[in-house]
Write a protein that binds this ligand. Structure first.
Ligand code: PEP
Ligand code: MN
Length: 341
């Protein structure tokens, strides 16, 4: 836990916080965070409740993390980070709809999906050309050919494209053909890859690892900003839990916490989280209600023939219905957030 002091806090204020920590049987350490002073509670496993410190004089923020996030935290930047793609904005208060197939399979498939999601109101097209598959015998993606097809779909529809890179070579190619480079859940802590894409000029979408804590995710994003790339979107995509009714468990509770702690846009991927087509629309709406800046939805012209993730892919008409539902919910939710933040 990090207890961040106000800029004008006094020596007594800091000592008081440290006395409370000591009284609870923990050790503390004072350290600078973004030109402010913070007190770190040096006990990892069990931590005291945040409320014990929030009302003490001189205390500004109590963060449920133990490593300072110097660049992704709100202390570094209070305004939201906004990414711009032509006239489209991500993170400026609107709701971004990203849609497309799990994998680019062929020209006919990607163009059909791209046209249908554009007509339904999607803001961006997704599609994997490098697929990190659990089994080496499953379809691994078309590689550069897939990226060329994505670029063709962008030319045809005007939609910016998001695609995953998995290593140095695929980052270089994705930089050439795509608008946003995705780092997948399995690579969230591939620190060499994070440093490489952190040096990229392309915006990034960082998916939460399936066993990553809030702090793990923030620190991975910190690698990207620290390497010089300020244009990062975070994406919750479900975590492993004991539940077996869905592929992963969508952790919507991380959305308001991320919105409070960081200035980066936060997306939700209900497709990979649920693994079931029938859960995608309710979870996408729930993501909007929870305050996410956008969702990423898998769509396939014929999910029964999909080479990857068919059971969770929406048919084009199902995506169109979801997009319409989200568009009508958006103004109502914006108004609600004004009333009860
Ligand atoms: C994907 O978006 O295609 C993907 C593989 O997602 P994740 O990394 O979240 O599993
Ligand atoms: Mn997929």
């Amino acid at each position: 836990m990090l207890i961040v002091m106000k800029s004008g806090s006094t020596r007594e204020d800091v000592d008081r916080v440290r006395d409370v920590i000591q009284g609870l049987g923990y050790e503390s350490q004072a350290l600078p965070v973004a030109e402010r002073l913070a007190v770190r509670v040096s006990e990892y496993a069990r931590e005291p409740s945040c409320e014990l410190f929030e009302t003490l004089p001189g205390v500004d923020l109590v963060l449920p993390i133990s490593h300072p996030v110097r660049k992704v935290g709100r202390l570094a930047r209070s305004e939201d980070t906004v990414l711009r793609f032509g006239s489209r904005e991500v993170g400026s208060g609107g709701f971004t709809l990203v849609a497309g197939p799990c994998a680019v399979e062929n020209e006919e498939q990607i163009l059909a999906v791209a046209r249908s999601v554009r007509d339904a109101g999607a803001d961006m097209l997704r599609g994997g050309a490098y697929k990190p598959r659990t089994s080496p015998y499953d379809f691994q993606g078309l590689g550069e050919e897939g990226l060329k097809l994505l670029a063709l779909a962008r030319k045809e529809t005007g939609l910016p494209v998001i695609t995953e890179a998995v290593d140095e070579a695929s980052v270089e190619l994705a930089e050439e053909y795509a608008d946003v480079i995705q780092i997948g859940a399995r690579n969230m802590q591939n620190f060499a890859l994070l440093k490489r894409v952190g040096r990229s000029r392309r915006p990034l979408l960082l998916k939460r690892g399936m066993s990553a804590t809030l702090e793990d995710l923030l620190l991975s994003a910190e690698y990207l900003l620290d390497a010089g790339n300020p244009n990062v979107i975070l994406c919750e995509r479900g975590i492993r839990s004991f539940s077996d009714h869905s592929r992963y468990t969508l952790d919507l509770s991380i959305v308001p916490v991320l919105e409070r702690l960081t200035h980066l846009p936060v997306f939700v991927d209900p497709s990979h989280a649920s693994g079931h087509r029938s859960s995608v629309a309710p979870l996408a709406r729930a993501a909007m209600v929870a305050g996410a800046d956008g969702v990423m939805i898998e769509v396939h012209p014929d999910p029964s023939l999909a080479l990857c993730d068919g059971p969770q892919s929406l048919r084009p008409e199902e995506f169109a219905a979801l997009a319409a539902s989200l568009k009508s919910l958006a103004p109502f939710m914006a108004e609600q957030r004004e009333t009860v933040p």
